[in-house]
Design a protein around this ligand. Structure first.
Ligand code: FES
Length: 84
């Protein structure tokens, strides 16, 4: 069965990066690796979107998440990849 890849866009601007996306990026990569999802996900970095105050920012399949910390991130990933 073919599913369209999930697109995860992570803000790599200096504010988001230093406020959590540096760590979030590592967590996403580890999650994808340990769940063998690398082929199903397009992971993209983007530059500052001028939403720094609400960062760290992450966009998953077009939906933007703000103030993403490690626990929010796990729920996002679980929600996204939970087997239905
Ligand atoms: S650094 Fe992410 S919105 Fe500015």
């Amino acid at each position: 069965m073919t599913q369209s890849p999930v697109e995860i866009v992570i803000c790599m601007g200096s504010s988001c990066f230093s406020r959590g996306n540096s760590k979030n990026l590592g967590l996403i990569q580890d999650y994808l690796k340990s769940n063998d999802l690398q082929a199903d996900v397009k992971l993209v970095g983007q530059l500052c979107q001028n939403l720094c105050k609400e960062g760290p920012n992450l966009v998953v399949n077009g939906q933007t998440y703000h103030r993403v910390d490690s626990s929010t991130l796990s729920s996002i990933l679980e929600g996204c990849f939970a087997k239905g």
